[in-house]
Design a protein around this ligand. Sequence first.
Ligand SMILES: Nc1ncnc2c1ncn2[C@@H]1O[C@H](COP(=O)(O)OP(=O)(O)OP(=O)(O)O)[C@@H](O)[C@H]1O
Ligand SMILES: [Mg+2]
Length: 166
Amino acid sequence: MTRPRRIKVRTSSAEETKRLGRLLGGGLKIGDVVLFAAELGAGKTTFVQGVVSRWGIHREALSPTFILAETIPARVPIHHLDFYRLSKKEVLSAGLDDYLAGGGVIPKGVVLIEWADRCPEIWPVDYLLVKIKISNKKGEREIELIPHGPRAEKILGLLRDSMRVR
Ligand SMILES: Nc1ncnc2c1ncn2[C@@H]1O[C@H](COP(=O)(O)OP(=O)(O)OP(=O)(O)O)[C@@H](O)[C@H]1O
Ligand SMILES: [Mg+2]
C-alpha cells in the first residue's frame, strides 16, 4: 500500500498561514472534516480564519468568546469547533458528533475542529489532519497536512494544484 502523501509547509507569519488556509478552503465542500492538533497558540484559529476568508467571511478575531462551537453562515455552513475547554467525557456527552453527521437541527457543512486530538473517539473515517509546530524562530510554523481517506487525499490534491498556480 502506498502511503498517502502529506504536505509539509513552513510559514513565517500569521498572514502566510492564513493564505495556506485560504487555499485549502477553496477545495472544501459539505461533509469535509479538518482536524487540528497543535500546541497552544500555534496558529489553529489563524489557519481557520484563512479557510473562512475563502468563503467570503473576514473576521480578525473569529468569535473569541465562543465556547464549543460556532456555525459560520457562509455559502455552506462552516462549523468551527474547539475542544480545548472540554474533557473527553464532555465532548462525548455534548453530542458534538452531530456536527460531523449533520444531525437534527445541525445543518451539514464543513467541519473544522481545534484541539481535535482531545477526543479521537469522534473522528470520522475520512478527515484531513493538520498539525502545526512552533519552530524555534519567532513567527515560524511547520504545518503538516496529513490525509486520512480518499476524500482527504483529494482535498490535498486540490491544495497542491492551487499552490502550484499561486
Ligand atoms: N506563522 C504563523 N502562523 C500562524 N500564527 C502565527 C505565525 N507567526 C505568528 N503567529 C501568531 O501566533 C498566534 C496564533 O494564535 P492562534 O489563536 O491562531 O493560535 P491557536 O493555535 O488557535 O491557539 P489556541 O491553542 O489558544 O486555540 C497569533 O497571535 C499569530 O499572529
Ligand atoms: Mg484557537
